[in-house]
Design a protein around this ligand. Structure first.
Ligand SMILES: [Zn+2]
Length: 159
């Protein structure tokens, strides 16, 4: 049994600015309207696998943190950043950008590619789904526009 929520149809969307240091065109600061679609797999008992509204709330809590912010990957590798009380300075290649700290979301990933973002968002959702014993795994897809995105599959660890 699986249950699916479409991010465009169900308004699970957010807007954010990002840059991909290793990519020619995408290394320039630009933005997307993102949509997050989620499929959860598990064993249905009684009526529900999970209430749609509860799942939507879980997804919204994760994506609301990124909405209308600049996504700065915080894992080392492709760029460097420093934070002080008011600003975040990002540098890669010959570029240097300074953002207001409150406008930045530090993304726990090496890149803000769709692949890495689907994995990051999926992991955050998975943490909240641990208390649902019937759910075994989920698929999280993020799209940078309708029909263009990446999906991550994550098993739920119930401990
Ligand atoms: Zn982009």
């Amino acid at each position: 049994m699986f249950l699916r929520i479409d991010g465009w149809e169900s308004n699970l969307r957010f807007s954010a600015a990002h840059f991909i240091p290793s990519h020619d065109k995408c290394s320039r600061l630009h933005g997307h309207d993102y949509a997050v679609s989620v499929t959860v797999y598990g064993d249905q008992e009684k009526e529900f696998l999970i209430d749609f509204l509860e799942l939507k709330n879980i997804i919204n809590r994760v994506i609301a943190q990124m909405d209308h912010r600049v996504l700065v990957p915080s894992r080392p590798g492709l760029l460097e950043y420093t934070m002080d009380d008011v600003s975040c300075t990002v540098s890669y290649g010959h570029k240097k950008m300074v953002f207001s700290k409150e406008d930045v979301f530090l993304l726990d990933a090496q890149s803000s590619s769709s692949e890495e973002m689907s994995s990051y968002i999926g992991q955050r959702i998975a943490e909240s789904l641990r208390k649902y014993p019937k759910i075994r795994r989920l698929e999280t897809c993020i799209e940078e526009g309708p029909g263009m995105g990446a999906c991550a599959e994550i098993s739920i660890n119930h401990e």
